[in-house]
Write a new protein. Structure first.
Length: 434
């Protein structure tokens, strides 16, 4: 007799994931995932017997011989959750204490009255400060003054967590040797005062209470698998040894904005019915909307700080597909999984305002690309140091604003230890180790 349960809405189901120390070893760390799409399910390999037995009926017997599980999982990108997903796609993670972001200086302006600056070219960098120390210097900017009573004004965007800034001035490039200390402001006017002697720091000592986790690929380390609990009112299914075929992050601005979302496809062993687990969702875990996502494109990493662009959408897709590998005598429904070559690609849509993108496409130019999502002190960043455009397509609508869809590919960069992509997550998680 079948057990009867009360009906319920799908949203009452929950997903819990955790990194395994070895394939099939149940994860000891658990993260409750805020899902928007889930479809992981057991898939039996059914054999049908089609023996001819003097009948028009095609199948006279069947048997289940092998099992595996597969299906999608997706939801909003959250400050902690994206890191747990990343453990299944990028198999190396290095954790250090986070530091303040390095500020970005805007182009200075000048006035011919109100100060004592003589006619010259002045160079500036700035650093952010907190109770622990200072960041490294910002990008360098310069301004030309005339006369002998000039002032210069430099501005920057506020750095979360900074309690103040130091603005360093010099009269030749790369030789700033006088600084001025200001509080938690975003503008400084140099009137020509003497300032304090000193040069910018060479290391970032402005540590915070957050941790920085850098994810990348390392072919000397085995791929990480996940345990996945599908928690439902009627039962809890545990899927072990789950490999991720891909991990895609995407945001597309609409009339009301949009959430930054992540999706993946999983493959693993047959499920086991287990004692239910109680999901424990992190209270106040931060998510990211389109206004909190910025995209930077430049000729190299050094130029990214001033290379902000304004696409309408951005997608990054990391792939390392798996195929199920069954073997003779497989009695525990625990197949192996073979991985395809890893690759990272993406696309963005941007208004057609200039020919730079198509010019770069035609000469197969190398770029550095960075996508950053920031909400308060929490941050997620994707960085490629060798990115090339693969396809460029103009929109077709006669009455629409012309846009270009640009497809790009992250190549292994020998100048960056062969990495195709690095993903950095800054949050209060102590460790993403199994």
């Amino acid at each position: 007799m079948m057990t009867s349960f009360n009906s319920y809405k799908k949203r009452r189901e929950a997903i819990v994931i955790g990194p395994e120390s070895a394939p099939g070893t149940v994860a000891t760390k658990q993260y409750s995932y805020r899902w928007l799409d889930k479809g992981l399910k057991p898939i039996p390999g059914i054999l049908e017997n089609e023996s001819a037995m003097g009948s028009d009926v095609k199948v006279n017997d069947s048997a289940i011989d092998v099992w595996h599980s597969e299906g999608p999982l997706g939801g909003k990108v959250t400050e902690d959750g994206i890191g747990w997903l990343a453990t299944g796609m990028l198999n190396k993670v290095t954790t250090t204490t986070a530091t303040l972001d390095v500020p970005v200086a805007n182009t200075p302006s000048t006035a011919t009255t109100g100060g004592t600056l003589a006619a010259a070219t002045y160079y500036y960098v700035l650093v952010a400060i907190n109770a622990s120390g200072q960041t490294t210097k910002s990008n360098e900017v310069s301004v030309v003054t005339t006369g002998s009573t000039s002032t210069t004004t430099i501005t920057w965007a506020a750095i979360t967590g900074a309690t103040g800034y130091r603005i360093y001035r010099g009269t030749s490039a790369g030789a700033e040797n006088t600084y001025f200390a200001v509080g938690a402001v975003t503008t400084f006017t140099d009137t020509g005062a003497a300032g304090t002697g000193g040069t910018p720091p060479v290391s970032n000592t402005a540590t915070t209470s957050q941790n920085k986790h850098v994810f990348s690929r390392d072919q000397t380390i085995a791929r990480r698998t996940l345990s996945v609990w599908d928690v439902r009112p009627v039962s809890t299914r545990l899927y072990k040894s789950c490999y991720m075929d891909n991990l895609t992050v995407k945001v597309e601005v609409g009339e009301k904005g949009a959430w930054l979302e992540a999706t993946t496809a999983l493959k693993g062993w047959k499920h086991a019915d287990v004692t239910g687990v109680t999901p424990a969702f992190k209270v106040g875990e931060k998510e990211f909307t389109s206004r909190q996502v910025a995209v930077y494109l430049a000729d190299n990493v050094a130029g990214l700080s001033t290379g902000k662009i304004k696409p309408k959408s951005i997608t990054i897709q990391m792939e390392e597909g798996t195929t199920v590998d069954h073997s003779l005598g497989e009695t525990n429904d625990d197949p192996e999984f073979d991985s395809a070559p890893a690759e990272v690609k993406g696309s963005m849509v941007i208004k057609y305002r200039k020919t730079d993108f198509e010019d770069d496409y035609f000469i197969n130019k190398v770029h550095a690309l960075k996508v950053v999502a920031i909400n308060g002190t929490s941050k997620v960043e994707w960085l490629g140091t060798k990115v090339r455009f693969r396809e460029l397509t103009d929109s077709d609508g006669r009455d629409d604003i012309v846009t270009q869809e640009i497809s790009f590919y992250f190549e292994a960069d020998d100048a960056n230890s062969g990495k195709d992509i690095e993903m950095t997550v800054t949050n209060d998680v102590a460790s993403y180790a199994a």
